[in-house]
Ligand binder design. Sequence first.
Ligand code: PEP
Ligand code: MG
Length: 292
Amino acid sequence: HKKLLEELKGKKSITGGGQQVHVYANIGGTGDLASVLANDAEGIGLFRSEFIYLESKDYPTEEQQFEKYKLAAEAMAGKRVIIRTLDIGADKQADYFELLQEENPALGYRAIRICLERPELFATQLRAICRASAYGKLAVMFPMIISVEEVRKARKILREVQAELKYAGVSFDPKMEVGIMIETPAAALISAELAKEVDFFSIGTNDLSQYTLAIDRQNQQLEPFFDAHHPAILRLIEMTVQGAHAAGIWCGVCGELGADLSLTKEFVRMGMDELSVSPASILPLRKKIRSL
Ligand code: PEP
Ligand code: MG
């Protein structure tokens, strides 16, 4: 690790052909910031904010969340930090949400679906994110999107939060980027339309694979049937990059496939702008990109 770091520190990840790919880190919380810095990430591509909720016995307050987002923004000192809004439900449950038992939780009441039905819960998180945006370069992204309508509803709530903050004289970054995760086949298939609504895409290949192949990502028994490189998944990913670029926005990957070095060349060929991976995968990935 030390040798790799010495070799790569501060260097851009550019292929021999001159194509640059930004290598960002995925984090589960502020406890991971030290390893993000130690591995010289160019930004944080996925801050899984639901862990703040999962670690808490009751709904985390705006203040509690604000402190965490601010810490991340400050630690990254002007590098982009993408906060993914609450992605609870399915595999990730907190008692105090009192979510109903479901037959098919992965196809159920989760993530943006909960947030749009509970705007007060969503607005609390967005207020915390907006306030923290005054301390660095924050971006926000919404998980589990399947329609243009959802994006517009989510952005409307964000605009209302920003208007309230402005009225109250609280500082925030009015230019904070807004993106969405592309992690459902529906979103990938309508990526050209979705791209007109946002500033960036981040492809969640974990869920995109689960929903495309109809294979439960939690079920070990299905492993023999799972093909991470299934052409249907790669085609949806490529379609998403094309949809993004046609609208002039950037596109990244924040699912596990981003760290799969046997796919790096393929992602570069597609024109992927960013790959966000666990801190331990950053340096090997940067080396790989530079070797292409
Ligand atoms: C994904 O689905 O690929 C993703 C990055 O989100 P999560 O793994 O948290 O569902
Ligand atoms: Mg996901």
